[in-house]
Design a protein around this ligand. Structure first.
Ligand SMILES: Nc1nc2c(ncn2[C@@H]2O[C@H](COP(=O)(O)OP(=O)(O)O)[C@@H](O)[C@H]2O)c(=O)[nH]1
Ligand SMILES: [Mg+2]
Length: 464
């Protein structure tokens, strides 16, 4: 493709950064696909690669160049400004091609950005202090030479950074570099971004586009947004299915056993089915997001130990509570699936005396039948919401989903559940009403997930 051939139906973005900041990782995340090579080494991507992020039926295309980025920006600048002379052209096109591949690649990146791009996405490593980012300064001089609108993206954010932290980082970089050619500063981590961040990035691009491309972008952006919303809808469905399955699940008490033993047996059988259902939900969420992988294989005792339910032991506390109560923590650790239920059932098996403490999570449907209690379903709502949040934030550029640290997502989900009391109460009131149950579950799940996302991304209200 060259500049002459490009149509006004193409919206062209280029990812540029110092080498090894995360361009290919972000490309993968945006594409939901493992394109290119990601290696912790400079100059892994030696050529510009063009990807179609989205296309519409009308023929509009949103294109993204993954580039080799910059190495030595001072030498690069010298080369690019010499290109118009015969010697300069020779050095750039013949000499560097053979003698200095990295410098040659950087020149190709810059030429693509100059001639084949409408908006430049310039990634920086947010772990750097903007006050001392001299390299960024030199690179911005190069970007000014391109004379294109630039959106600065903060990558490699601190793990699990929440809204306030991201906002503060954006402000610091904005204060330091928020002048031409930079038009915007956005936190967008290739490993842990949300789909709302992505829609916001495209909305920012739309505002910076030259007039000729705006009509196309006016079709591409809603399409991107609609696809993201469809994934959200499907995820709400997957979470709701888990909840309805758990609410409707029943287990008969075995006859001829002491009552307590019969209850524990029934609870274990309910628990093992729940475990399977949670795994299935995780797998569905992972697939919906275009990821690969499975839920965590190990319970993170350090995290589960910090979770407190006041004086009632929680089945969601996992192996740590089992250990505290004398259960087999080692055995619990080796069982599949993080957190949701295994700790309870392993500990139950190991320590019958501890089981009395878990009576709150069961309810007698009738004299011979057990089901899950309303209190337990409330906890399961939070757990399932946290699992959705963890999966949806996982960028494909990070690699396989292997489970995530859930505690900060649980906190967010718990807050969102608190703010959705009306919807949750309506759900709990429909426990024995099969006609209402499905819809009320969906409404409660939607309320919790939407509130959790809006708490994190208040500027995303127009998207949801
Ligand atoms: N922590 C963290 N590491 C990242 C992120 N993006 C990329 N990396 C790592 O940075 C290194 C370079 O990534 P890559 O995408 O190949 O960078 P590129 O050279 O700019 O294309 C790899 O080791 C990535 O795993 C991110 O968002 N967070
Ligand atoms: Mg790369």
């Amino acid at each position: 493709m060259n500049s002459e051939a490009s149509s006004t139906r193409d919206v062209r973005l280029a990812l540029i950064s110092h080498t090894n900041v995360g361009k290919t990782s972000l490309t993968r995340t945006l594409l939901h696909s493992d394109v290119g090579e990601v290696v912790d080494a400079p100059h892994t991507t030696m050529e510009n690669t063009l990807h179609a992020l989205a296309t519409t039926a009308e023929g509009d295309r949103l294109l993204l160049w993954d580039t080799p980025g910059f190495g030595d920006s001072l030498r690069l600048k010298a080369r690019l400004t010499q290109r118009d002379t015969a010697v300069g052209w020779f050095l750039a096109e013949v000499w560097d091609r053979v003698a200095d591949r990295a410098l040659y690649s950087s020149q190709q990146a810059m030429l693509a950005a100059r001639d084949l791009t409408d908006v430049i996405l310039y990634q920086v490593n947010a772990a750097e202090d903007p006050e001392f980012a001299t390299q960024v300064e030199a690179e911005l001089a190069m970007l000014a030479w391109l004379d294109k609108p630039v959106i600065l993206l903060l990558n490699q954010l601190p793990p699990h950074s929440r809204r306030a932290e991201r906002g503060a980082l954006e402000q610091r970089w904005q204060d330091r570099f928020g002048k031409p050619p930079i038009r915007r500063v956005l936190a967008l981590d290739a490993f842990e971004r949300s789909w709302i961040d992505e829609v916001q990035l495209l909305a920012a691009v739309a505002e910076e586009l030259p007039k000729a491309q705006r009509a196309s972008m006016a079709r591409l952006l809603p399409m991107w947004q609609a696809q993201a919303l469809e994934r959200f809808r499907a995820s709400i469905e997957a979470v709701s299915t888990l909840l309805v399955t758990a609410i409707l699940d029943r287990e008969a008490l075995s006859a001829g056993q002491p009552a307590r033993l019969a209850r524990i047996g029934a609870l274990r059988r309910l628990g093992s089915r729940l475990e399977t259902a949670v795994k299935k939900m995780d797998a569905t969420l992972i697939r919906i997001e275009g990821l690969e992988g499975a839920s965590a294989r190990r319970i993170d005792t350090a995290l589960t130990a910090t979770r407190s339910h006041g004086d009632r032991p929680s089945p969601l506390q996992g192996a740590a509570s089992g250990a505290a109560l004398g259960g087999g923590a080692g055995a619990a650790l080796d069982l599949a699936l993080g957190g949701a239920s295994l700790g309870l059932f392993t500990a139950l098996g190991a320590s019958l005396s501890a089981a009395a403490g878990w009576s709150w999570c069961q309810r007698a449907v009738d004299k011979r039948t057990l089901g899950w209690s309303a209190a337990f379903i409330e906890d399961l709502l939070v757990e399932a919401a946290a699992r959705y949040l963890a999966v949806t934030h996982h960028g494909r550029g990070r690699g396989r989903y292997e489970g995530a640290a859930l505690d900060s997502w649980r906190e967010l989900a718990e807050t969102a559940k608190g703010a959705s009391k009306a919807e949750v109460d309506a759900l709990l009131a429909a426990f024995d009403d099969p006609e209402q149950l499905q819809e009320r579950t969906r409404l409660a799940v939607r309320a919790i997930l939407t509130r959790a996302l809006l708490r994190e991304y208040p500027h995303g209200e127009w998207i949801l």
